[in-house]
Write a protein that binds this ligand. Sequence first.
Ligand code: GAP
Length: 453
Amino acid sequence: MHMPNATSPDVMDRLVSLSKRRGFIFQSSEIYGGTGSVWDYGPLGVELKRNLKDRWWQAMVRARSDIEGIDAAILMNPKVWEASGHVSGFVDPLVDCRNCKKRFRADDPRIKGEPGTPDAQCPACGMKGTLSAPRQFNLMFKTFMGPVEDTASVIYLRPETAQGIYVNFVNVQQATRQKVPFGIAQIGKAFRNEITPGNFIFRTREFEQMEMQFFVEPGTDMTWFEYWKDQRMRWHHELGLDPARLRFHEHTKEELAHYARGAFDIQFDFGGTLGFQEVEGVHHRGDFDLTRHAEYSGKKLEYFDQPNNRRYVPNVIETSVGADRAMLAVLVNGYREETVEGESEGRTVLALHPALAPIKAGIFPLVKKDGMPEMAERIAQDLRPRFPVFYDESGAIGRRYRRQDEVGTPFCITVDGQSVSDGTVTVRERDTLRQERVGADALRAVLETRLSV
Ligand code: GAP
């Protein structure tokens, strides 16, 4: 039997197909042929992604006294993007083919010859001399606000959530009376008109970011930078990602933004053609953002250190992780196909952390008679208010187990003949396939304990 493991190139294809078949992820506007690199989350996908975001929010906001949450708007005053450098700097040099109308990055290795000259050849249609000279192309989506479509009403969809935090630095600090060091966190949509999107939900044009800016006193910055690198790597480990597939990548001088004092990516090994790629950035941004916004807005964005009677612009350590990209890492990490001892058919398993699994338990009557469905329904009703469960009485029991395995359900509970007489049920564990008998009365407590690992 062909057994793709997590590093074989076709795992991504299999995930795309599983995601559609079982309702994790659909192509956006699929009935119209889709929208380029935009995806919709289905019933199971929305739960998985929400669990992931909740875990981040819990670790970064609720479990800490030194980080506050916000939810800033997607549309912001366009001056924000001038101050942040996105209007002038968030650009890629691109070339267009006059013949086939396709657009390429100027550094696309498939382009032969110098774009803009008669020898240059289009990598798509093969025509010579049809490629334009490189032009700067801004990755921000532009639209108009209000009834008039003119240059004065141009507005952008935010390409990152971080700026909503910087512009609210003083509001949050004053409202909460937090003292530096403290952080502000948010989860929200971001939009980029990516030129080379793809690899499923790895690089899309609409995505969600989970970002936190930690404001620190200059001089303490490097200690906090190390602290956040460590915390964030730990978070990925605790998500259940294989530590051997995670590593830091330090930005080289060429990669580093001009204002950044240091930057590390947390990379995950997606296998196949992608290999190790960034899932999160931990950046030391110095005082660049607050200084620029102070300059462009004319408002002081400083911190007053009362005990020392001193004002200063804090340094910022940023942690920024894509919710969709982290979800892809979780899916790739958990996907496996394996043979099962004593069975001719193999199984597909999504070994998701129980806290992330969209369904926590499958509940099955062994057969559709002798009081088993009624008892199983009662159990499902009892558990459902606590966590998502799935009741299924159709088909062979083995097939019902398999259907839960492939969507990552950590436990399956079966009501059999013995259950009706002595009130016990079997609890089957997804990863080990071990089954044990548990009193139906104790089921809720047993599952709650095991799910909180
Ligand atoms: N505020 C800093 C910032 O936005 P970034 O490295 O451009 O930094 C941070 O983005 C994270 O956002 C990335 O590590 C990635 O997980 C996610 N991300 C960025 N662009 C993305 C895209 N087009 N599709 C999906 N996720 C993306």
